[in-house]
Design a protein around this ligand. Structure first.
Ligand SMILES: NC(=O)c1ccc[n+]([C@@H]2O[C@H](COP(=O)([O-])OP(=O)(O)OC[C@H]3O[C@@H](n4cnc5c(N)ncnc54)[C@H](OP(=O)(O)O)[C@@H]3O)[C@@H](O)[C@H]2O)c1
Length: 312
């Protein structure tokens, strides 16, 4: 495993996303929620994964409860991150919601508390007043944001008056743009970009020869993903071919190369979700793949071409 370290914050470069845990959008069912998901968390610890991401929104709190039930004897260095659903992030509401998440997780303090997305109406200084009081009361240890532009991230930091340690954004070979602004900022300032949907919700994972995409496991979550459309998969073909070829050169799977590319940027933690323990193991092992400069350049070039073609 490889680790990202900034200013007292240390986490595995491959983390674990848990939107899948108990949420209808992924439709993995009850056995998954009750037995597979907790087993995935325990196996993640054995593999050296020290970053777990959840949100109060996932399964209406069920993901937090499942994570909470599986982390009692977690290694001391594990970071548990969750997110506030900021529909009305007034200080009193934020204080109450933060405590509710902490209770569902069953932790003394939430290691990283993130605003799930910017609220267009409530000003950052009001939102951050609530986050600051959670920090001061010891309910949370650090503040992060999610789906923020670089400008929004900076404004949030000014409003908090302390570092906002991370911005969690969509970042993958199908959505490479954070490498131009958020990643350089994180590297310069000792912050972290947390890459969500790093496998484009699984749609990059099979490389070119993925006959089952987009219907695999019928997940609603990815129905709106541009890559689920046949015409866009055709546009993605040069990228998927590159993924396959680079994967073959490393005796690896396309999913692993897709993750290796994301974390190769430095100050980036990728948080793939997993349906099975095997997927988790494969994803964790991606941290050990070193891409050559020419492989990185080829993947980046194809990723940018695809992003331009998709216009997203
Ligand atoms: N902040 C936000 O707004 C936001 C938004 C989205 C997600 N997130 C976070 O980011 C996490 C990850 O994003 P995501 O779940 O959207 O997408 P993702 O991690 O790109 O894709 C996860 C899916 O890919 C497939 N997969 C995973 N590993 C694989 C492997 N090794 N080989 C083949 N297929 C594999 C699985 O689906 P199948 O097996 O069913 O194909 C899995 O459910 C979430 O769990 C959540 O914590 C945050």
């Amino acid at each position: 495993m490889r680790y990202v370290e900034v200013d007292g914050f240390r986490a595995s470069a491959i983390g674990l996303g848990t939107w899948q845990f108990g949420s209808r959008e992924w439709g993995y069912g009850e056995t998954y929620a009750r037995t597979v998901a907790p087993a995935i968390v325990r196996r993640a610890f054995e593999l050296g994964i020290t970053f777990l991401d959840t949100a109060e929104m996932y399964g209406f709190g069920r993901s937090e409860r499942i994570v909470g039930g599986a982390i009692h004897d977690r290694p001391a260095d594990v970071i548990v991150a969750t997110k506030l659903l900021p529909l009305l992030p007034l200080p009193a509401i934020t204080a109450w919601r933060g405590r509710a998440s902490r209770n569902r997780l069953g932790v003394d303090a939430i290691d990283l508390y993130q605003l799930h997305f910017p609220n267009p109406i409530v000003p950052p200084r009001t939102t951050m007043r609530g986050m600051r009081s959670l920090l001061e009361d010891g309910v949370i240890r650090r503040v992060g944001v999610s789906n923020y532009s670089l400008r929004g991230w900076r404004v949030a930091e000014r409003a908090l008056g302390r570092p906002v340690v991370s911005d969690q954004v969509q970042f993958s070979l199908a959505h490479p743009s954070p490498r131009w602004d958020l990643v350089p900022y994180a590297r310069e300032r000792g912050r972290v970009v947390i890459a969500y949907s790093p496998l484009a919700q699984g749609l990059l994972a099979g490389g070119v020869d993925d006959a089952a995409v987009p219907g695999r496991s019928g997940a609603m979550a990815r129905r709106r993903n541009p890559l689920a459309l046949e015409r866009n998969r055709r546009r993605a073909r040069p990228l998927l071919v590159a993924l396959d070829e680079v994967a073959r050169a490393h005796d690896a799977r396309p999913a692993q190369v897709a993750l290796a590319w994301v974390i190769s940027h430095g100050n980036v933690i990728a948080i793939p979700g997993a349906r099975t323990i095997e997927q988790l193991e494969e994803n964790a092992a991606a941290a050990d793949i070193d891409l050559s400069e020419s492989e990185r350049e080829r993947l980046s070039r194809e990723a940018e071409r695809l992003e331009t073609a998709l216009g997203v």
